[in-house]
Design a protein around this ligand. Structure first.
Ligand code: HEC
Ligand code: HEC
Length: 421
């Protein structure tokens, strides 16, 4: 036997011995618990998005990556998507509320595995990844840009232009500045804002051309975001060990994290909402986290549905590449929004230990604070409108200090140590 093979044999003997030693302290799982655990892994590739015909096009993803880091899309050329979604911070900004051209009223979510979402934003006001990407560019508080400014940048930067045209074909000719002003877009709330006035003065056919190219930019950014896949956390290795009875994989979680996992799928019932391989049911709930002292009450999904129904870039709209498909069908089930006031999207818990602070306003500073909240529901925000139902069946869990430690250790085991930086 070669030295290397002897060494490898020793390493595996030691790993098995270590696994046995740790297992002595580990909780052990019933068959039903194992079944529940295995429903959280593995995370598949992102589902297809037929509304974006370049969703998996390499050239589009390369263009999208450049646009993601492109500050010239913002007013003052100071902010890109990456300003708030910083790759070095798991695509977040570490702040409670985001800050762009102004203060944003919500907290920046991570973009890991974002293409698995059914709805986008905390309130679900976008129904595709590409339509989501267009909103921050034109939002006065985020990047403060406009669609005309964005398409003009593509047209005047030779590298961006050739990358765009290789994927989508010719850009509209914007040379005539009387037909196509320097900047302009429809979204400004203030009707007297120069961007909005410029937009409203344009011919409808010209506006359509600009909006189409703008939608294509969103599709390129989405193609890039679809590559942000992170799915090899210690939890996944451990679950694989449970599936195959491989002791070398079972050491991936220490005893405390294993006890936390048992709580997660058991008494604490976190899996009720944080279900499946994304650790999210993709739906909206009201867990009543108290609003930040200086921030207004946020109606969440209630407004999100209305915004989505009025969105020109919807999955069943003119700029979609599949107006009849499954993604478009979702919208038809949205009519009733009566019981959605104060509801927010269940966030994924993958890599959650890397993305403090937490919740839609970043109200809670640490995972411990989150667990303490679920334990006591202290300060739970009452429903604003009497008639509005709050989440049913969410009761204080009354966790012991040791149980909080264990759940925290489990949540930490959802961080992908190999995630691409
Ligand atoms: C000023 C900070 C800021 C900038 C700049 C910004 N974002 Fe965001 N992003 C946020 C915040 C805050 C939210 C949540 C807003 C909400 O839910 O209302 C968000 C939400 C998202 C979401 C939804 C994620 C989910 O799980 O629902 C995606 C995707 C996203 N941003 C991508 C982008 C892209 C692409 C760009 C650039 C075109 C961008 N963001 C620019 C702060 C920012
Ligand atoms: C009734 C559904 C539901 C249950 C049960 C539930 N959650 Fe949540 N969870 C949510 C929703 C919705 C949010 C976002 C709420 C908000 O932003 O206001 C959230 C947020 C979180 C966050 C913050 C994530 C982030 O990125 O900001 C963590 C961590 C978390 N939950 C962990 C847990 C754990 C652990 C349990 C079990 C003890 C649990 N949740 C039980 C629905 C639920």
């Amino acid at each position: 036997m070669s030295r290397r093979r002897i060494l490898a044999a020793w390493v595996s003997v030691l790993a098995v011995a270590l696994a046995r030693a740790l297992a002595a302290d580990a909780p052990g799982f019933t068959e039903e618990e194992v079944r529940r655990i295995l429903r959280h892994t593995p995370l598949s590739d992102p589902p297809p998005d037929e509304t974006n015909r370049v969703a998996d096009h390499r050239g589009a993803a390369a263009l999208g990556e450049r646009l993601f880091f492109e500050a010239r899309l913002s007013t003052g050329r100071q902010r890109s998507c990456a300003t708030c979604h910083d790759p070095a911070r798991a695509f977040t900004d570490g702040k409670s509320l985001a800050f762009g051209t102004g203060r944003v009223r919500r907290h920046t979510p991570s973009l890991w595995n974002v293409a698995h979402n059914r709805w986008f934003f905390w309130d679900g006001r976008a129904d595709s990844l590409w339509s989501q990407a267009l909103k921050p560019i034109e939002s006065p508080d985020e990047m403060g840009g406009s669609r005309l400014q964005s398409v003009r940048l593509l047209a005047t930067d030779p590298a961006l232009r050739s990358a765009y045209e290789a994927v989508f074909g010719e850009l509209p000719a914007l040379d005539d500045v009387r037909r196509f002003p320097q900047a302009g877009g429809p979204l400004h709330e203030d009707p007297a804002h120069p961007d909005r006035r410029a937009w409203e003065a344009m011919a409808e056919a010209d506006r359509q051309q600009v909006s189409r190219a703008f939608a294509n930019m969103g599709k390129a950014i989405a193609a890039f975001e679809r590559q942000l896949v992170s799915r090899t956390a210690p939890f996944d290795v451990f679950a694989e060990g449970l599936r195959t009875q491989d002791p070398r994989k079972l050491v991936a979680l220490g005893p405390s994290a294993q006890r936390g996992l048992k709580l997660f799928v058991g008494r604490a019932n976190c899996r009720r909402c944080h279900s499946g391989p994304l650790f999210s049911d993709g739906e909206f709930h009201d867990i009543g986290v108290p609003t930040l002292p200086d921030a207004p009450y946020d109606v969440g999904r209630f407004q999100g549905i209305e915004s989505l129904l009025g969105d020109e870039f919807r999955a069943d709209g003119a700029h979609s590449d599949d107006r009849q498909g499954p993604r478009s069908a979702q919208v038809r089930f949205l009519k009733d929004r009566a019981h959605t006031e104060g509801f927010f999207k269940t966030p994924s818990l993958r890599n959650v230990a890397l993305t403090a602070p937490y919740m839609h306003q970043g109200q809670l500073a640490s995972l411990r604070a989150v667990l303490q909240y679920y334990s006591t529901l202290e300060g739970r925000r009452p429903p604003l409108v009497e008639a509005v139902h709050q989440e049913v069946g969410l009761a204080p869990l009354r966790l012991s200090a040791a149980e909080i430690d264990d759940l925290e250790a489990f949540l930490e085991s959802l961080s992908d140590s190999r995630y691409p930086r």
